[in-house]
Design a protein around this ligand. Structure first.
Ligand code: DX5
Ligand code: ZN
Length: 217
């Protein structure tokens, strides 16, 4: 059964608390928080003050996906705000190794993220340093986009590397996840699925979380 991390990018920004509590009660495994700077991706969203505001209202793992240039400027502040896991794009910095070290030094779990066009070879040397790898299954920046099917093979290739080397990291996928696409990525080796519009775009988000779990049972 896959772990589910609802993305609050599709939640009600005017009143996040009920949307957070609802998915926690429904058995979500983490809360995915998309941080965008209008430069690395063509959109703006949350910052660390939102993370700090959410921290006291939930015991869910706060999974912060940083889509910002030079994330080394901010990772310590996100950890301080209460992020449990911090994801940084390999494309967003000249110093990815250093950023991953900074995240762990700050007491959070470290995740490296790859865009659809970025080959796995770019992150192979980083795999011993991470707690989770995020394979983007859409181009980052917006919720509600279509799943990119070629990314299933990328998940499978990463799962093979993980097995060959005996790594323990989780493999997360993000973008276009629903009860059909989740089966493909789970079969390929994904262990965590982010879902934004599929969960929060529904009249019954709790049911949608269960649907993702049942589809991978
Ligand atoms: C996109 C974000 C996603 C987004 C996914 O840049 O990283 O987390 O919320 O949304 P859906 O599940 O609607 O594709
Ligand atoms: Zn995301």
């Amino acid at each position: 059964m896959i772990k589910v991390a609802p993305s609050i990018l599709s939640a009600n920004f005017a009143n996040l608390q009920p949307d957070v509590e609802l998915v926690e009660k429904a058995g979500a495994d983490a809360l995915h928080i998309d941080v965008m700077d209008g430069q690395f991706v063509p959109n703006l969203s949350f910052g660390m003050s939102t993370v700090a505001a959410i921290r006291p209202i939930t015991s869910l793992t706060l999974d912060c996906h940083l889509m910002i240039v030079e994330p080394e400027r901010f990772v310590a502040q996100f950890a301080q705000a209460g992020a449990d896991l911090i994801g940084v794009h390999v494309e967003s910095t000249h110093h990815i190794y250093h950023v991953l070290q900074l995240i762990r030094q700050a007491g959070a779990k470290a995740e490296v993220v790859v865009n659809p066009g970025t080959p796995l070879s770019l992150i192979e040397g980083l795999l011993p340093l991470v707690d989770q790898v995020l394979i983007m299954t859409v181009n980052p920046g917006f919720g509600g986009q279509h799943f990119l099917t070629p990314m299933v093979d990328k998940v499978r290739a990463l799962a093979q590397l993980k097995q060959q080397h005996g790594y323990q990291f989780d493999i997360e996928v993000d973008g276009g996840i629903n009860d059909q696409t989740v089966k493909q990525v789970y079969e390929a080796g994904a262990t965590v699925a982010v879902a934004g519009s599929y969960v929060y775009g529904s009249a019954d988000p709790a049911q949608r979380i269960q649907d993702l779990k049942v589809a991978t049972n």
